[in-house]
Ligand binder design. Sequence first.
Ligand SMILES: [Zn+2]
Length: 100
Amino acid sequence: MDCILKDINKRRSTSKSNVNCCVYGCNAVMKKNPELLYHRFPTVDQTMLYTDAFGNKVRVKRRVLWVKNIKMGKPVRSHTRVCSRHFTEEDYITPNECKK
Ligand SMILES: [Zn+2]
C-alpha cells in the first residue's frame, strides 16, 4: 500500500510537464502516445472564415469553433491541449490558405 501511494505521488509531481489531451473520453498522453500531436487552443483574437449550415461565410473566433466541436464543457486554459486524433487532414490550414 505504501508503495502504491508513493508511486502516485511521484506521478503527480511530474504531471506538470506531462501533456495530455483534454477531450472527454480521450486518454492520449504524450508519454504514452508520442506519435500524436498535441495542439494548443488558438488565442482569443484568432479568427477564420467559416461556412455555416446555410452556406454563409462568417468570420468566427477559432477558439469558439474548437470548443463547439470538442464539446469539452471545461474552461480553456493555457495548458489545455487537444490531440491530433480529433482533427482530420482538412482541419489543418497550410500557411498558403491563411493568406487568402
Ligand atoms: Zn485526444
